[in-house]
Design a protein around this ligand. Structure first.
Ligand code: ATR
Length: 276
């Protein structure tokens, strides 16, 4: 039986083992999927040992996605290269491969929600690992403008410049600034900050939701996250949390590892029922 795991710190509450077990059952594929708790300083050695001992694939979560990207330099997919972060690792042809399926998971979830970014401006909050994976897929899906704002403005500028260098044909659609530069009326606002973990919402002076606008939080919880509560109060007509994105990124990883694309919806329904 092939062995997989999710590596992170903390990782105890990860839903990945459950999601991959459900996909395995659904597709009739045998696999083992474990939690791999790892001290911050030991990431590289734990990954090396996992694959040296015959492991097949790893999901990478906070705070290791950038270090996974560095480790997989010899086998990055285009998506991972552009993102600068890796959430899916596997071993093949005597080398480590890395992909970033976060953005694919996000776009799949927006599709499920009936939201098409094509022809719309998107406001992206955050410039960390979660934001990185989303930029290229949002641009490729046809958003007319991608405005990246972050508490630390410098990180937003860096992410903006990185994406503009990697994808120069989209450079004219990109802009960035601090959280105080989110002014305007937005049809789609995506929170890729980790603020909801500490039950806070980014402070966005002058930011308004257009009628019918979607507020999307990559974070998820049993109840509305702090960001989604603030969005409702500020007039967002539609809100969604990131549970669907989580299942979507896992489905894309499962497809890479097993060559079969599982169904997202039944697994999402199961997880949602457990949350509440
Ligand atoms: P992740 O992989 O979850 O993106 P990260 O790389 O540590 O983790 O990034 C966290 C993001 O959330 C950053 O954009 C961070 O802003 P800074 O770059 O200024 O640190 C943002 N963030 C965290 N807490 C926040 C808060 N309370 N308000 C606004 N932004 C916050």
């Amino acid at each position: 039986v092939k062995r997989f795991a999710v590596i992170g710190n903390p990782v105890a509450h990860s839903k990945s083992p459950q999601i991959h077990a459900a996909f395995a059952k659904q597709t009739g594929i045998q696999l083992q999927y474990d939690l791999l708790p790892t001290p911050i300083e030991a990431f590289e050695s734990v990954v090396e040992r996992f694959f040296a001992e015959g492991g097949s694939g790893l999901n990478v979560t906070v705070p290791f996605k950038e270090r996974a990207w560095t480790m997989a330099q010899g086998g990055l997919t285009e998506r991972a290269r552009v993102a600068g972060a890796v959430n899916t690792l596997w071993w093949g042809d005597a080398r480590l491969h890395g992909c970033n399926t976060d953005g694919v998971g996000l776009l799949a979830d927006l599709h499920r929600l009936g939201v098409d970014v094509k022809g719309h401006d998107v406001l992206l909050l955050g410039a960390g690992g979660a934001a990185r994976g989303a930029c290229a897929p949002l641009l490729e899906a046809g958003c007319t403008r991608l405005h990246i704002v972050n508490r630390t403005e410098q990180r937003a500028t860096e992410l903006h410049q990185h994406i503009a260098r990697e994808l120069p044909h989209y450079a004219a659609r990109l802009s960035s600034g601090g959280l105080n530069q989110a002014q305007g009326r937005w049809p789609i606002v995506i929170n890729a900050t980790s603020s909801s973990i500490s039950q806070a919402a980014p402070n966005l002076p002058g930011m308004q939701y257009m009628p019918g606008a979607l507020a999307y939080d990559m974070f998820y919880a049993a109840h509305d996250t702090a960001f989604l509560q603030a969005a409702k109060a500020a007039g967002a007509d539609r809100t969604a949390d990131g549970l669907g994105m989580l299942v979507g990124q896992a489905a894309a990883g499962f497809a890479i590892w097993h060559g079969v694309t599982p169904e997202i919806e039944p697994v999402l329904t199961m997880l949602r029922a457990q949350l509440s």
